[in-house]
Design a protein around this ligand. Structure first.
Ligand SMILES: C[S@@+](CC[C@H](N)C(=O)[O-])C[C@H]1O[C@@H](n2cnc3c(N)ncnc32)[C@H](O)[C@@H]1O
Length: 294
């Protein structure tokens, strides 16, 4: 597996852009997508999202800790430990919208610490070169750097290049806090289904719908005031954090997203908490899973 190199990444940017534009249908100008609370032409959303993550990349980890008071770490720990990577021997994982590598690192640590597994691999995929650079730099401090266990790839979750990401090739597909930023959720799910092996697991950690009215009110107050404010103080970028909060509210609630996962071909549990999804902190975050039963 090719390990990410800065030069390769820079060269990959124009290639990727060409690939995206040539695959867009002619009427994509007239279709729209939500960008936070705004509605924008579908083909603009991707570059707007890219600007957001270009802007926040170098402070992304710091801001995650500050805005969630460190809670995102607990959610990610639970997400990965419940997937138990390495339990049945080494597996091939793909972490899409993997950003700075939070999930990849946890997968590799879990497999090694729990099961003495040093052969499980994770391919981190993200559309944003800046986020990948931060992840690559971070992995340099770990024992996984320069090993076949980790690699970084710049690609769009909605159209993973089939020559690099073959059909039926992964045991586990993870996507954490990433899918709501993609223009087409069904396209992401379709690709997830394609690259997973029969029997493989799709697992998504995402912000979701809070049902308890009191918690929902407190959460709204906190997120719409504190997060953009922290964004201004820590990164000098209020608008990007305003978008991130708004995008959470636009994401489909638990049952609707579970339906989308089934529409892509996955088998899920029942439409209840503890079935097709598992709420964390009353639904502030939520894990959806599905299995590719061929
Ligand atoms: C909120 S960050 C999450 C990063 C990481 N998974 C985590 O949990 O810390 C969202 C990531 O999604 C990436 N992203 C957005 N649209 C994407 C797309 N269409 N394909 C791949 N990655 C995308 C962004 O570049 C960003 O790195």
């Amino acid at each position: 597996m090719q390990v990410f190199a800065r030069q390769n990444l820079r060269r990959a940017v124009p290639r990727l852009s060409r690939c995206i534009s040539s695959q867009q249908p002619p009427d994509s100008q007239s279709r729209t997508a939500s960008f936070g609370f705004r509605t924008v032409p579908e083909d603009e959303k991707e570059s707007l999202v890219k600007n957001v993550f270009d802007s926040v990349a170098s402070k992304y980890d710091l801001m995650n800790d500050a805005s969630s008071l460190g809670v995102h770490r607990l959610w990610k720990d639970t997400f990965v430990s419940e997937l138990r990577p390495g339990r049945r021997g080494p597996i091939r994982c793909i972490d899409v919208a993997g950003g700075t590598g939070d999930i990849a690192l946890r997968i590799l640590d879990h497999a090694r610490e729990r099961y003495a597994d040093r052969e499980t691999t994770v391919d981190v995929v993200d559309i944003n070169a800046q986020m990948l650079k931060e992840g690559f730099r971070r992995f340099k401090k770990t024992m996984y750097h320069n090993t076949p266990q980790i690699s970084f790839h710049e690609a769009n979750a909605q159209e993973l290049p089939a020559d690099k990401f073959a059909d039926n090739s992964y045991d586990l597909y993870t996507i954490a806090f990433g899918i709501r930023n993609c223009t087409s959720i069904p396209a992401v799910l379709k690709e997830a289904y394609r690259v997973l092996k029969p029997g493989g697991t799709f697992a998504c950690l995402e912000f979701s719908k809070v049902d308890n009215p009191l918690l929902s009110l407190a959460y709204d107050q906190y997120s719409f005031t504190m997060i953009p404010l922290l964004g201004t103080i820590l990164t000098g970028d209020r608008a990007s954090y305003q978008y991130l909060v708004e995008s959470i509210r636009k994401f489909p609630p638990q049952a609707e997203f579970a339906n989308m996962i089934r529409d892509a071909g996955f088998t899920t549990g029942k439409d209840v908490d503890g079935g097709a999804w598992e709420n964390m902190w009353g639904g502030i975050a939520c894990v959806h899973t599905g299995v590719k039963v061929a």
